[in-house]
Design a protein around this ligand. Structure first.
Ligand SMILES: O=C(O)CCC(=O)C(=O)O
Ligand SMILES: [Fe+2]
Length: 366
């Protein structure tokens, strides 16, 4: 699904005017607008409402991680489930993942607190993310505002937490402590997941970690204000993630969907669960043994919706890590499907392209 822009108005000036308010989509809603500005309108042919309704028979797998580090038989079963889920869905929900429910509640509150703080204070964090700025945490609306075909009904902050963790004073007070604590727990869980995924790929448990898959972590806080005309807009446009894996926490509102066998499927909110999905970089190094599924978030009359996406990637940092299909997963009958790239090269291509419904991986296919 490719969204084409409809440029019969001065879109660029309207984007700039919106950007310069530094108040994001929340600012529009606070000003009590009753119609969606045209920079956000999804062309009708590509509107999610024109898709078939989600199929109720197809359910995303839920995997219970209880006992994986204590009981070898249980661990084997879980590895088999992970292999099936990532090979056919690219996604699963997990329960008993080790992060306390109370911490999940606290991080959602922290993100809500950041977006709902005094607008003048929040504006000080607003930037387009050039790393020459002093701010580690980048808050804006639509990282791809000027390149994507349609603006999304969402505000976001992006905060790199590893390999160079921010100093507490570099973080906004609304979510400082919980962001540090949550990302520590997510890193532990990520390491456990990379071990399970390594084994699911029939590699040594440490293989993906040794390659550097858990080296970089960024936490994104998303805020989706209520939308006066949700049928005309989209919360997050169709995309695959620019990560090795993503660990996602969503609140109770819903709207996250993934594309499975050509059907859009709802990912139902579960306050105790976290969603895991394969990103493009893991698909590339697995030589398509696991895949990075397209997903999106619908706009909603009800809101705000909050979600926290933890991205395992070093992003735009220059690291020595090269991504290429893992030797053990390549053979004469199954040759490498991608060329070698750096994470930075991939990231730059992803950012320039924006969320336009086309996979960034295509560029690196052999
Ligand atoms: O808000 C969500 O539920 C999904 C966000 C997402 O897909 C992303 O951050 O890549
Ligand atoms: Fe995503």
């Amino acid at each position: 699904m490719k969204l084409s822009s409809h440029q019969n108005y001065d879109r660029k000036s309207e984007l700039t005017a919106f950007d310069e308010t530094k108040s994001g989509v929340k600012g529009l809603v606070d000003a009590e607008i009753t119609t969606v500005p045209r920079i956000f309108i999804v062309p009708s042919s590509e509107n999610p409402n024109s898709d078939e309704p989600p199929s109720p028979e197809l359910n995303l797998p839920t995997i219970d991680l209880e006992g994986i580090n204590e009981d070898p038989i249980r661990r084997k079963e879980v590895i088999e489930q992970v292999k099936n889920a990532l090979g056919s869905w690219g996604f699963f929900q997990m329960v008993n993942h080790g992060i306390p429910d109370s911490m999940l509640e606290e991080i959602k509150k922290g993100v809500l607190g950041f977006f709902e703080q005094d607008d003048e204070v929040k504006k000080e964090w607003y930037s387009r993310g050039d790393r020459s700025g002093k701010l580690k945490l980048v808050y804006n609306s639509n990282f791809d505002l000027y390149s994507a075909p349609v603006a999304n009904w969402r505000d976001t902050f992006y905060c790199p937490m590893a390999p160079d963790p921010p100093q507490p004073h570099e973080l906004p007070s609304a979510c400082r402590d919980i962001l540090m604590e949550y990302s520590k727990e997510v890193m532990k869980l990520g390491i456990n997941l990379f071990k399970l995924i390594s084994e699911a790929l029939q590699l040594n448990p440490d293989h993906l970690i040794k390659l550097g898959c858990a080296e970089g972590l960024a936490v994104l806080g998303h805020y989706y204000p209520p939308c006066p005309q949700p049928e005309l807009a989209i919360g997050t446009n169709t995309h695959t993630d620019n990560t090795f894996i993503t660990i996602l926490l969503q609140d109770e509102i819903g709207g996250l969907q993934l594309l499975h066998q050509n059907h859009w499927i709802n990912i139902p909110p579960n306050p105790k669960a976290l969603v895991v999905n394969v990103g493009d970089l893991l698909q590339l190094i697995s030589n398509d043994k696991v895949f990075s599924a397209q997903h999106r978030v619908l706009a909603n009359k009800i809101g705000p919706r909050v979600s926290i996406a933890s991205f395992f990637t070093t992003g735009d940092l220059q690291t020595s890590m090269v991504c290429e299909p893992i030797k053990e997963l390549v053979s004469e009958e199954n040759p490498a499907k991608y060329r070698s790239i750096t994470v930075k090269e991939y990231h730059e291509h992803f950012n320039t392209k924006g969320l336009n419904g086309i996979s960034a991986l295509l560029r690196f296919k052999i």
